[in-house]
Write a protein that binds this ligand. Structure first.
Ligand code: ARG
Length: 587
């Protein structure tokens, strides 16, 4: 149980004692930390329900709590808020208990799920861009948070490999190299093992095709037709498509690696394609499919919808499938291969309507219950102009360029701050890359998921404030304190005793980890963990400034302070790991 869960139970008992519902005993962190550590506002609502005087009722509850030695002070503020402060011994005892194991008080879910986590969503042949950045960063962190809390997670990249861009590429390549066997309907194979295109070719062909198709309807029709033929299994197109996927995937994997993002599955939209005919027959059998101008649709609107939810298009009039069709068939595939309890999609908020349609269709068809399908949407990373971030030249920024850019900026910042000096070039570069990526990831994660934010490298990269570099620096400082203490023969960390306000504040923050993790997990909000990490780094910094550590004369106080420092370092390390942020060993 977390500290708030335990206190809520304890205060709930006191309410029950007074003949009231124990749920009124819910305790939270105090709004005014200068007055108390915790507070419970339940007496107000309880008094209203029981038609009693709130202060008198709060007094009754407080009376009960005051008999408990675990509390140092239980007071009433205003109309009936109950303020609670723990006894130092109790704080120290609880902290000691959570420092015993590896979880450091990290909350464990009472209802573990098997989660299929869909994040990343890059598209074949299109370079990864900042739009995919947040999915990867947030998804990686959620995966780690879920796993640490006890859920089983299967992470799937879900490549975009089955849509119109594939037909656009096929037709564009045909214009350049019509003689290739892939385009010859009479050719019976086998097709060459070597790809006919390089990554550079793909990155040139796709934008070329996309521009041409926008400008010329005939070209667009041609691409659509090629897509439909590919989807129906034309052998030459399939063989060509396999090359596109392989070439592209290799590059995508490398970029994710640099970002510290990994997947258990590298499936794509196309993996669900073979299941579509069977699924369509099943849906037709259930009477869910309607004909609409030659296309086949599933109506998903409901009475009482407050906005218009258009039907999901299963087949276009040319027989081609849509993004909705593959997402629906992917659910069928996931049920068969992994049978998850829950499927969670970490995808741009702008796709909310698409997921609403898919979830409703899946539910209607009995494929998967809608309340176990979650779209975890996020806002966009914008440029200073408030529009989705672009490079100076106006194109989408590639992930590779982004990583180079943050690394370069980190090198400059490290030099300005006199850090990473005197190390060889390889290590300096590695440190800069880690600091740069940490700055980017932390900036992304610390921003509430659903809000947009502005890309501001100077702010992300600052060594002061709520930033990645500040946390990495705090971590390095904890380590150096401990290393110096060891070198000075300061002894081993020992049991925690509270003798100074800085120790008390730090202990309280350390103890709050369980609640931060619980909230981050339950709300799918990694920024709550970022907030905790920042509070911890700040509390450590005040502790370090206000208390002697290695040179404290009193043996048991020194041992306790070493214990607090060790705990701070371990908890920071653990949180950075849960955020998917890699820290350099030194800076
Ligand atoms: N490939 C899509 C895109 O670039 C994202 C895929 C997200 N996952 C999903 N199951 N639809 O927008």
């Amino acid at each position: 149980m977390t500290i708030l869960e335990e206190l809520s139970r304890r205060v709930g008992d006191a309410f029950a004692e007074a003949g009231l519902d124990r749920d009124y005993g819910r305790v939270k962190l105090a709004d005014r930390p200068d007055l108390a550590q915790f507070q419970c506002n339940g007496a107000l609502a309880a008094a209203k329900a029981a038609k009693q005087n709130p202060r008198a009722l709060a007094e009754k509850v407080c009376e009960e709590l005051r008999s408990d030695v675990a509390f140092n002070a239980v007071t009433i503020a205003g109309p009936g808020f109950i303020n609670i402060t723990l006894a130092d011994d109790e704080l120290a005892r609880r902290l000691g208990a959570i420092l015993q194991g590896d979880r450091l008080g990290g909350w464990q879910t009472p209802a573990a799920d098997k989660i299929l986590l869909d994040y990343g969503g890059p598209n074949v042949a299109k370079p990864l861009h900042v739009g995919h950045l947040r999915a990867a960063i947030i998804g990686e962190s959620l995966k780690r948070i879920f796993r640490f809390a006890g859920d089983e997670v299967v992470g799937d990249v879900h490549l975009g490999d089955w849509g119109l861009p594939m037909g656009q590429l096929i037709t564009e390549l045909k214009r350049e190299q019509a003689g290739l066997a892939y385009f010859d309907q009479a050719f019976e194979g086998p097709y060459p093992d070597q790809p006919p295109v390089s990554l550079a070719d793909l990155e040139r062909l796709y934008p070329q095709a996309s521009v041409a198709c926008k400008a010329d309807k005939a070209r667009a029709d041609e691409a659509r037709q090629a897509t439909a033929e590919l989807q129906k299994g034309r052998p030459g197109y399939l063989a060509l498509w396999k090359h596109f996927v392989a070439v592209s995937r290799e590059a995508i994997e490398k970029e994710y690696q640099d970002l510290g993002v990994t997947f258990d599955l590298w499936k794509g939209e196309a993996d669900a394609a073979p299941l579509i005919p069977e699924m369509a027959a099943d849906l037709a059998g259930k009477g869910l499919i309607e004909d609409s101008d030659g296309a086949q649709i599933i109506r998903v609107a409901r009475d009482g919808d407050n906005k218009k939810i258009p039907p999901l298009m299963l087949f276009k009039s040319d027989g081609g499938v849509t993004y909705g069709t593959t997402d629906l068939a992917t659910i069928v595939d996931r049920v068969r291969s992994d049978n998850p309890d829950r499927i969670i999609y970490v995808v741009d908020q702008r796709q909310a309507l698409h997921f609403e349609q898919v979830f409703r269709a899946a539910d209607l068809a009995g494929l998967f219950a809608a309340d176990r399908l979650e779209h975890i949407g996020f806002g966009t990373m914008n440029g200073k102009d408030g529009k989705p971030f672009k490079t100076r030249e106006g194109g989408v920024l590639r992930l590779r360029e982004m990583i180079d850019m943050v690394t370069e900026r980190a090198l400059a910042r490290l030099a300005e701050n006199g850090l990473a000096e005197g190390y060889d070039d390889a290590e300096t570069n590695d440190i800069a890359c880690k600091v740069g990526v940490a700055a980017l990831k932390f900036a992304d994660l610390s921003n509430p998921r659903t809000s947009d934010y502005i890309f501001d490298l100077d702010r992300f990269m600052a060594f002061e404030g709520k930033t990645g570099p500040y946390l990495l620096y705090a971590r390095v400082r904890v380590r150096s304190v401990l290393a110096k203490a060891e070198a000075a023969g300061a002894g081993a960390p020992g049991p925690i005793i509270i003798t100074a306000p800085e120790e008390r504040d730090l202990a309280l923050v350390l103890l709050g980890f369980g609640d931060a993790l619980r909230a981050a997990h339950q709300k799918r909000l990694p920024h709550l963990l970022c907030d905790h990490a920042f509070s911890l780094a700040q509390a450590f910094s005040k502790f370090y400034a206000g208390c002697r550590i290695a040179d404290e004369a009193d043996d048991s106080i020194r041992a306790s302070r070493l214990g607090l420092a060790t705990a701070s370092g371990r908890q920071l390390d653990l949180i950075l790991d849960l955020l998917g942020i890699q820290a350099p060993a030194r800076m």
